[in-house]
Design a protein around this ligand. Structure first.
Ligand code: AMP
Ligand code: FE
Ligand code: FE
Ligand code: ZN
Length: 312
């Protein structure tokens, strides 16, 4: 993976955008690919169509929408991408867990109707709902001003619920200024209010994604506060199970992490991606702050049989 493709649009004036199609022409011959973003279908703060508009403004030519445990945003994002003249890669960020530790697996271009994959995503989403209620119950019992209703009001109907929605309820109530403050005070993995939710083992998730014709790429493997969330041994185990790639370049990875994971990807014969993990206003991550090379996306597309990239 060459450094050439790591383009930074953060400093670019947002106004280059005007009507969408002009932007695609403006960047003719150049590609900027961001393969990890979230919308209000999960814990992003912008609707799928708005994420696409922001991507156009950021100068991206290809965007993957990868909401947690759902394909709910695909149709709206696909329509918007067609309208604005960029490519849309339908994806999912699949929640996984091993020994109660949360691990995220990006799945590109899986069949959204595959019954086994759909069943597992539904199970995780249901568990996320009950777990959120339990967390809110524990917090309320301790006098933190939050209710199940105030949190539910932050979740779009049918969207995947997560801790960021508790944070949003606290922001709306004026208790904290932003999501990050809520995580630092009450919502972190080490918090007494933290409750885990059901999620499949990552090996099973890799197999499910492959069986659904999708291409599995492990998300931000070193992003935890304790550094290495996913060990080299587990990455090797996942590679044997059919993992296609590692998200190497990510805001949560130090220069050391990028070097180590890049070398590991090469030695395991895996693809190396880079992406923003954009959540709208919910996080500092900016669209296009890390990108993926066109050769790597081409390899992902070659391996996928579940669904097609939405072309402009
Ligand atoms: P959950 O899916 O409920 O376990 O919550 C994890 C999600 O919370 C991640 O996908 C992130 O999007 C978000 N998150 C984690 N830490 C923070 C933070 N400090 N500020 C904002 N969002 C965060
Ligand atoms: Fe998230
Ligand atoms: Fe993630
Ligand atoms: Zn993500």
């Amino acid at each position: 993976m060459s450094r050439r493709h790591t383009l930074h649009y953060a400093g670019m004036p947002a106004k280059v955008a005007s009507p969408g199609r002009r932007v695609a022409r403006h960047y003719a011959g150049r590609v900027a690919i961001d393969l990890h973003t979230h919308s209000t279908a999960s814990d992003g703060t912008e609707a799928p169509a708005v994420v696409v508009e922001r991507a156009v403004e950021a100068g991206l030519t290809t965007l993957a929408l990868t909401d947690h445990d759902t394909t709910k945003g695909w149709a709206e994002a696909g329509d918007a991408a067609r309208e604005h003249g960029i490519r849309l890669v339908p994806g999912i960020e699949v929640s996984c867990a091993r020994r109660y530790r949360s691990i995220h697996l990006l799945a590109y271009l899986p069949d959204p109707h595959d019954p086994d994959l759909v069943g597992e995503l539904e199970r995780a989403r249901h568990s996320r709902d009950t777990r959120l209620d339990r967390m809110v119950g524990l917090m309320a019992a301790d006098g933190i001003p939050v209710t199940v209703e105030s949190v539910r009001a932050q979740v779009e109907p049918g969207a995947t619920a997560g801790r960021p929605h508790i944070a949003d309820a606290l922001v709306t109530a004026g208790v904290v200024a932003h999501r990050d403050e809520a995580f630092a005070r009450w919502l972190g993995n080490d918090s007494p209010y933290y409750v885990s939710h059901y999620a499949p083992d990552p090996v099973r998730a890799v197999e499910l994604v492959r069986a659904a014709g999708g291409v599995p790429v492990i998300a931000h493997p070193w992003s935890g506060t304790r550094g290495r969330v996913v060990s080299d041994a587990l990455l090797e185990e996942l590679a044997t199970a059919g993992l296609a790639g590692i998200e190497v370049r990510h805001r949560d990875h130090s220069a050391d992490a990028v070097r180590h994971l890049g070398a590991l990807a090469r030695s395991l014969g895996l693809l190396a991606t880079g992406s923003s993990d954009y959540h709208g206003e919910g996080k500092l991550n900016r669209l296009g702050e890390n990108t993926t090379g066109p050769d790597v996306l081409a390899a992902i597309e070659e391996q996928a049989t579940g669904t097609a990239v939405v072309e402009p």
